[in-house]
Design a protein around this ligand. Sequence first.
Ligand code: SF4
Length: 709
Amino acid sequence: VPDLAPEAPPVRTTCPYCGVGCGVLARPDGEGGARVEGDPDHPANFGRLCSKGSALGETLSLGDRVLHPSIDGARATWDAALDAVATGFRRAAAAHGPESVAFYLSGQLLTEDYYVANKLAKGFLGTPHVDTNSRLCMSSSVAAHRRAFGSDTVPGCYEDLDGADLLVLVGSNTAWCHPILFRRMLDARAKRGTRIVTIDPRRTQTGEESDLFLGLKPGTDSTLFSGLLVHLADHGALDTRYVADHTAGYDLALERARRIAPSLAATADATGLAEDDVARFFELFRTTERAVTCYSQGVNQSAQGTDKANAIINCHLATGRIGRPGMGPFSLTGQPNAMGGREVGGLANMLAAHMHFLPEEVDLVRRFWGAPNIITGEGMKAVSLFEAIERGKIRALWIMGTNPAVSMPRADRVRAALSRLDTLVISEAIAGTDTLRARNAIVLPALAWGEKDGTVTNSERRISRQRRFLAPPGEARADWWALAQVGQRLGFAKSFAWPNAAAVFREHAALSGFENAGTRDFDLSGVAEITDAAYDSTAPIQWPLPRKAKSGQARLFAEGGFFTRDRRARFVAVQAPKLADATSAAFPLRLNTGRVRDHWHTLTRTGKSPRLSAHRAVPFCEIHPDDAAAHGLAEGDLARVRTPYGAAVLEVVVTPGAQKGLLFAPMHWSEANTSSGRVGALAQGAVDPVSGQPELKATPAAIAPEPYR
Ligand code: SF4
């Protein structure tokens, strides 16, 4: 398939970085790159792009691409490689049972790729072990939605950010990590005087630009929101009709909140905040009806992330501020298609199309797929999955579009665990990643952005097309195609015979509306019969989009209608906050990890752009001036950061924005792009008991000067 001619009209596609899901107009430049601009008609960004999005054209070079299939380092044909995958899976299943086969997927995959992987594993191979790097990103929000709403549904949309009078940003450096949404928030402030409150242990760019910054102690978010619930209850701010008509569990949740945060003073004390600041935030929330609370990784990446998200949702349910314009709790997803993965069941605790494991759900999916080996219960979540590999319980693993040897907590152990597998398959576009370096594997060349065709779903439930405008390099093929080929080789030819991505999408949409239509939140049956041409030209759409609906639904739950059995939302009585690991004399500080403005994940794309790399060129560690002085460190020094799990050498950045006692290091750099060590190896593996999401924000740590070498 040739490149699109440079003089052809631009192709409408979607940015492959964050969960904002901005529309992009792309035109190949005839030299392997592309000119990109924001799509003025896309409702996420209306023509704007952030620094990463606008540099997309600079990141398309082919020098480091995986161009051909290979088996243990030797070039192979696609046929030979796919045969080897099928043989490896068949052998593992025969010798150790189907549950010895697993898939580790990615929020970078398109929905169509995710759908086929999930169907192959859960319906045909008979293994429940399908998890994804989205487990590390927003699985606590998914679990909190399910507990509160009975479904994984974001109740609002981006227009609510434009129409809010109060925006509360919790554990989110929105200015850097969801920049286009932050610009919409600043526009709202300019137009209607919207106030912005940021709650985060780090004073980030977002905190700097906020009307009120609350630099709370790590792990105390649910204390603050428990205190808020108590304040709302004690100051007559409840929507008693909404609570009575559409919810359950309020009394117990309030009783628990009173135990955690009985008073303003107790809340301030436990969170380390000034009482005046807490009071100001509580009063702003109490008196501002149009309030949206956005939360991101600072809430999710925690061993109590689900409780934190539910503590936030409790306050919105109590005030009935949900599903109405300018109001609601709003989970900001990190990755471009974290939401699409959730839709197809790409998390180990889901089956498909937002269904779980009720007997009637299992039966429905079994009949729809004609699946001979449908699973009946949950699989292992990411951290447990890699521990099972370490113990030899998983014998064959297919990793697609992700780099767990860097990104998983305790990444050194993860990398070592890969050597225990009998069969490792890696679908990857970029050569030389840490995971590819870890050991020999069956390597399948994947398509990259600009070459892929399919759909992604952003944080507001909006499905957009990623469209191809560049020719695939070498022998790279679509991930869904490779999965389908393996399905066919395993004897399921009829069930894995799609001619194109549109056909996969139609099947996915049809499953969402198969029988029981209207009783589930995720219903896309309105496009279950979309033609190839309509799929190619489709504009962004929001779900739910039931059969015969003219458009998707922007908001849900203003008048209840939750997806629990009694259609009522649930208040959740959250646990008292407690961090997973204590500090000690050897590890007296805590390490927080995150992102910088101009880089994405492990630099495989953004690292190619000099102007993006110029923002932050080397791996670094932020430290408070008092801590720096106490440890004999100055700006620009090299320091060795240690945790009980690993060590890395990082450049010291001294900033009063860092909280005393708390270090911050970005997760982008790894051995593949620096000699400093992998920050992922430093993070602890403690997980949230409900969501399985690991704690990546508060690992006990030590820091010391590193002599220049
Ligand atoms: Fe891409 Fe996110 Fe930037 Fe939009 S805000 S251009 S989706 S990185």
